[in-house]
Design a protein around this ligand. Structure first.
Ligand SMILES: Cc1ncc(COP(=O)(O)O)c(C=O)c1O
Length: 341
């Protein structure tokens, strides 16, 4: 099966399975799990932060950041298409009592002036803005330039506001920018990055920041029921993800550009090649409605799995285990469907 739905479908590598098999474990709520402790130490070192916390999901990592950086009644600024706003089930409001003030993007990107104008004053009527929620890479597949991260962080610091980065694909962003994740993480107070997705670990994400912030986040994780016991089995795969899998992400990015180029051959399909910056290809398919509706099922019959297309807009994601020959199979499959109508 060629699965283009997401990089969340990746499988743990043989090295991960072996590391999980032999992992030394303990009760992590007592801080007794040597493998979790090593993952947290190693992740903090790579990200250039004082401390890190292993969390079950990216969603929980983001929400712990919201909860830990803010007080109930505060406001956080977020992009209108950000995961934390659009795909985390309203958790910022439900769990932390935080209002998300969403801002639109200009040309698919954060804009510093817009963030500035979204920050509230000290006026007695206004909600205190205490957090900016960035994303890098963005959910639209674009990468926020380091200069933009710097300007936003400068602005935030001048106003006493914290910055958290949803870095579900932080390593993809770093690879695309040609910088280290530590360089990127200099321009935020906390960062969440996923070990699953493109890095292929089966479960888990990292939240990193100052020691004090991580201790508070650890307590909040316990409050949410996220204190794990012998989590070293999962952390072992996470260590392999950080050690062995970050260096190969440019291959996924090259494959995405190859896929984007080949998709342009399909009649009725348009793809914005400039927007292909990591492992995601967004495209528009001007095909009859019935054909669009039946496309996932038709491709499934050819061993290709895709998400449904919303109003003709689609997204394909490249990842470990998908090569150029798979992409050629996908393009051939799409051409057959296009001709059959
Ligand atoms: C940008 C972004 N942030 C956060 C998440 C949440 O990660 P998880 O699925 O591990 O909760 C995702 C998941 O796809 C994501 O794409």
């Amino acid at each position: 099966m060629i699965d283009l739905r997401s990089d969340t479908v990746t499988q743990p590598t043989p090295e991960m399975r072996q590391a999980m098999f032999v992992a030394e474990v303990g009760d992590d709520v007592y801080r007794d799990d040597p493998t979790v402790n090593e993952l947290e130490r190693y992740a903090a070192e790579i990200l250039g932060k004082e401390a890190a916390l292993f969390v079950p999901s990216g969603h929980m990592g983001n929400q712990l950041a919201v909860m830990t950086h803010t007080r109930r009644g505060d406001e956080a600024i977020a992009g209108e298409i950000s995961h934390v706003y659009a795909h985390e089930v309203g958790a910022a409001a439900a769990l932390s009592g935080v209002t998300l003030h969403t801002i639109p993007f200009h040309n698919g990107m954060f804009n510093v002036e817009q963030i500035l104008s979204a920050i509230h004053s000290d006026d007695i009527h206004e909600t205190p803005t205490t957090l900016i929620l960035l994303e890098n890479a963005l959910s639209n597949g674009r990468v926020v330039p380091i200069e933009t991260m710097m300007s936003i962080y400068d602005l935030a610091q001048s106003k006493g506001i914290k910055v958290h980065v949803d870095g579900a694909r932080f390593f993809n962003a770093a690879a695309a920018l040609g910088v280290s994740v530590a360089e990127m993480a200099r321009y935020c107070d906390s960062v969440m990055c996923c070990l699953s997705k493109g890095l292929c670990a089966p479960v888990g994400s990292i939240l990193a920041g100052t020691k004090d912030f991580i201790e508070k986040a650890r307590k909040n994780r316990k409050m949410l029921g996220g204190g794990m016991r012998q989590a070293g089995f999962l952390a072992a795969a996470g260590i392999v993800a950080l050690r062995d899998m970050t260096g190969r992400l440019p291959e996924d990015h090259r494959n995405a550009r190859y896929l984007a180029g080949r998709l342009s051959e399909i009649p009725g399909l348009t793809v914005d090649l400039d927007a292909v910056q990591i492992n995601m290809v967004f495209f528009r398919l001007e095909w009859p409605k019935e054909l669009l509706a039946s496309l996932p099922e038709r491709l499934l019959g050819k061993g290709i799995r895709i998400n449904g297309l919303e109003d003709g807009n689609g997204r394909f994601v490249t990842h470990h285990g998908m090569g150029k020959e798979d992409i050629d199979t996908v393009v051939a499959g799409l051409k057959v469907v296009a001709e059959s109508f």
